[in-house]
Design a protein around this ligand. Structure first.
Ligand SMILES: Cc1cc2nc3c(=O)[nH]c(=O)nc-3n(C[C@H](O)[C@H](O)[C@H](O)COP(=O)(O)O)c2cc1C
Length: 193
């Protein structure tokens, strides 16, 4: 039996994205963001409140997005619970950053996969923001790639934010093939898999 639970919203899975930016003094900053996704072949969108990160975005119009992993969970959570105003969070976390080859934003070395973006828009919605970025490059550890040079999620313990329990979950096994497994019904072939 189903039950209405009013507006107890659960949107799952949510990513754990680490946004990297520079401030006016070239100090790198990192912030944790779960309200983001890909919105075109080469574009991403993230919902943001007012943060040190949004100040930096207005200034530099560029950012990076790294994917948090089980191995970087503690530092990634920390990047979501302290503001970078007046403090170098990356240094405090014991992480390291260097400037992206492609945009004016830091690549945080401890994350295996990082997207590098130019800012297309920072839409102000009464103090909240929609950040839209154009992806200009993805930089990844070789150990995170398959033999064709694509990112292999099976080699990464990527984590997802569970907003129901305010916890992090590891993204798991492949359980099917997209654009394929539904063909069993489309073609009336229950035996297909
Ligand atoms: C799991 C998690 C997810 C978060 N997601 C978002 C988000 O999507 N948008 C947002 O504005 N803040 C989000 N935050 C809060 C910011 O990360 C937090 O306010 C951070 O301190 C901002 O850093 P900054 O001031 O250095 O930019 C999240 C925090 C956590 C722990």
């Amino acid at each position: 039996m189903k039950k209405n639970i009013k507006k107890d919203l659960i949107m799952a899975p949510m990513p754990v994205l680490i946004i990297g930016t520079y401030d006016e003094n070239g100090v790198p900053n990192a912030m944790n963001a779960a309200w983001g996704t890909q919105c075109d072949m080469d574009k991403i969108i993230i919902s943001l409140s007012n943060h040190k990160t949004t100040d930096n975005l207005k200034l530099k119009k560029a950012f990076t997005v790294a994917f948090a992993t089980k191995e970087t969970l503690v530092e990634s959570d920390y990047f979501g619970i302290e503001s970078g105003k007046g403090i170098n969070k990356i240094e405090k976390a014991g992480f390291h950053a260097h400037k992206s080859e492609f945009v004016d934003a830091p690549v945080i070395e401890e994350y295996p996969v990082t997207i590098e973006c130019e800012m297309l828009k920072l839409e102000d919605d009464e103090g909240d923001y929609r950040l839209i970025g154009k992806v200009v490059n993805v930089v990844a550890e070789e150990s995170a790639l398959d033999d064709k040079g694509h990112v292999d999620l099976g080699k990464l313990n990527l984590i997802s934010y569970d907003s129901a329990t305010h916890s992090y979950r590891v993204i798991g096994d492949i359980v099917g093939q997209a654009f394929h497994d539904g063909l069993a019904i489309k073609n009336n072939r229950k035996d297909m898999k």
